[in-house]
Write a protein that binds this ligand. Structure first.
Ligand code: FEO
Ligand code: CA
Ligand code: CA
Ligand code: CA
Length: 595
């Protein structure tokens, strides 16, 4: 008999088995609704969505493509509502244009405006945990942040020569945000969003002066999206500094729909997955961050000033400056040896710079913040297996990082205790055999404990909570929990926590033959490491979010790139989810117990 509780943190559920269904699958007793889809109206006057007749004018008012991060903030004046903030990471061209009839330039322009961030007012539904979007004409906080939106640059690299362009000789105002992947809600009520694989939008002739920097960020002469053909600022030969204006953490205040969002240079420039803030024991804002690339690093920022208490406008304004001054660190992890049978050890946050002082020989503060990867290389941090979401658990104070995979661990990157797996078991299809493949194919979840519980401290200890994969594979580990009882899990990407401190994990790129999905994992007590699959997303999709709200009665999931299978095309769509059209639509769904 199922527990009648609607609380996803404590209620038992029958785990969702691996599957290839073109549906969002949840346990018996739960249901889910699509809250908003690609193309749904965000701003008043948005035209009815027509995938066969798309335009820039329409896209500017509609929900963008490939939803990733999901944040939900209190509405400032209406208790029945909240404010949903969603990233639109990138576009999937074959799935996005079900019919021909556009020039290449038209497609690029439409795709440009399908990037960015949406802010959408939502209201509670009749069943606890259910939500609906508010009609745009009644939603004054709704906003589409796009490739034209002006961002103010903050912190020590604002105004740097490295950020100056023809359009912005001040180096302080950037048009647009790109490839926004994960993010986090701050304790002062704003949203942070990470600019991740921004390199792909740039191409063109490379001046040798910039070649080393470009190379370290994967910026190439050929690029992959040819946006320079539509807007010359994306042409490297024309605007060599334009790429330096992306790769930042941006901060959006959903209560101020007219205010310019900001790019915070103090948090460094890399392929930011996202950023999550915890307030240290003494009141400093500490942001944890991952740089999602094979062999790249974990970072931490500690603010110079303490968070102002209270909810007044003045306190809020002060707190919105917390990320402009402080110290940026990069992580080095040292194992304590394999003899104890666990992957664990100690760690050190190595300072790179403060807002006024460089800690890397031969580097200025500005250059450290613009070329953060290259500066970090000089202090020998630990080369990790693609750090994705890094998020503090407010219940136990520990920090959890998803290390999604690394096909080159054991070849280009030698193993170490924090990145120990060089061969791992995968399967090609649901009924396929497990077979070994080179590299760390299924990823890890890393648990970090700040020294004395002080997140501002430079020392920490760590362990691999999960070595993901099929529990039948010898190399897997689930926090010591009996393997025969856990769900298979592969390629953790985003993490979240419920109010009881359980870890929730979403995956991207499952290597075990199943669709991606979302898992609940207790991290304390006898259930520690009991990975339970709660949800699967449709074929070809990556599971994003996740986010628990409403006293753990609601689970938000962004279904990103449904149908993005190898060779996916409209002639043979990998998915038509959510089955409202004859093509797939990336959408945000909310899951809750049936009424
Ligand atoms: Fe956009 Fe690192 O996932
Ligand atoms: Ca050990
Ligand atoms: Ca991600
Ligand atoms: Ca990912």
């Amino acid at each position: 008999e199922a527990n009648p509780s609607a609380d996803l943190a404590t209620t038992p559920f029958r785990t969702v088995p691996p599957n290839r269904r073109d549906a969002v699958v949840v346990p018996d007793g739960f249901t889910n609704d699509v809250v908003i889809r690609w193309g749904d109206g965000v701003l008043p006057g948005a035209p009815r969505f027509d995938a066969y007749d798309q335009s820039v004018a329409a896209a500017k008012k509609q929900f963008g493509y490939n939803c990733d991060y999901v944040g939900l903030l209190d509405h400032p004046s209406n208790r029945a509502r909240s404010v949903l903030v969603v990233n639109h990471e990138y576009t999937t061209e074959p799935a996005m244009f079900p019919a021909e009839g556009y020039t290449d330039a038209e497609k690029i322009e439409i795709e440009m405006y399908n990037h960015g961030i949406s802010v959408v007012e939502v209201k509670r539904g009749a069943t606890p945990g259910s939500w609906n979007r508010v009609a745009p004409r009644n939603a004054p906080l709704n906003r589409r942040i796009n490739v034209d939106t002006t961002f103010f640059v903050t912190g020590p690299a604002a105004g740097s020569d490295r950020l100056k362009t023809t359009a912005d000789p001040s180096g302080t105002r950037v048009k647009g945000t790109l490839n926004n992947c994960a993010g986090g809600m701050t304790p002062w009520g704003t949203v942070l969003s990470g600019e991740e694989n921004f390199n792909q939008y740039f191409a063109g002739t490379i001046d040798p002066e910039y070649a080393a920097s470009y190379a370290r960020y994967g910026i190439s002469a050929t690029g992959s999206r040819n946006w320079g053909s539509v807007d010359p600022r994306f042409d490297l030969g024309t605007e060599p500094n334009e790429p330096n204006r992306f790769g930042w953490i941006v901060e959006v205040d959903p209560r101020q729909p007219k205010a310019s969002p900001r790019k915070h240079t103090m948090l460094g420039r890399f392929k930011h997955e996202g950023a999550n803030v915890i307030i240290s024991r003494e009141g400093y804002a500490v942001a944890y961050m991952g740089d999602d690339e094979r062999g790249d690093y974990l970072y931490k920022f500690v603010s110079k000033r303490k968070m102002a208490k209270g909810r007044s406008g003045a306190a809020r304004d002060r707190n919105k400056k917390l990320l402009t001054e402080g110290t940026l660190y990069v992580a080095r992890l040292v194992g304590d040896g394999a003899e104890d049978g666990t992957y664990d050890g100690t760690g050190r946050w190595i300072p790179l710079c403060s807002d006024t002082e460089s800690f890397v020989d031969g580097w200025t503060v500005e250059d450290i913040l613009v070329d953060t990867r290259l500066a970090a290389d000089a202090v020998a941090p630990t080369r990790m297996d693609r750090p994705e979401d890094v998020e503090p658990n407010l219940v136990n104070g520990r920090v959890y990082a998803a290390l999604t995979n690394n096909s080159q661990r054991g070849t280009r990157f030698p193993a170490d205790e924090a990145n120990p797996i060089t061969t791992s078991q995968v399967r090609d299809s649901l009924d396929g055999e497990l077979t070994p493949a080179a590299g760390n194919n299924n990823g890890y979840v890393l648990e970090m404990l700040a020294a004395r519980g002080d997140h501002a401290a430079p020392a920490f200890t760590w362990n691999l909570l999960l070595v993901c994969g099929d529990p039948e594979a010898q190399e897997t580990y689930f926090g010591g929990y009996p393997k025969e009882e856990v769900s298979p899990i592969s390629c953790p990407d985003n993490v979240a926590f419920d109010t009881k401190g359980n870890l929730w994990i979403s995956t991207d790129g499952n290597r075990l033959g199943s669709n991606d999905g979302i898992f609940r994992v207790p991290v304390a007590g006898a259930e520690r490491g009991n990975v339970q699959q709660f949800l699967t997303v449709p074929r070809g999709a990556e599971a994003c979010g996740p986010l628990l709200t409403d006293g753990d009665r609601a689970l938000w999931t962004a279904v990103q790139h449904p149908g993005e299978l190898d060779g996916s095309s409209f002639d043979e769509p990998g998915s038509t989810w959510p089955h409202t059209d004859d093509f797939p639509r990336p959408s945000v769904v909310v899951t809750y117990r049936r009424g």
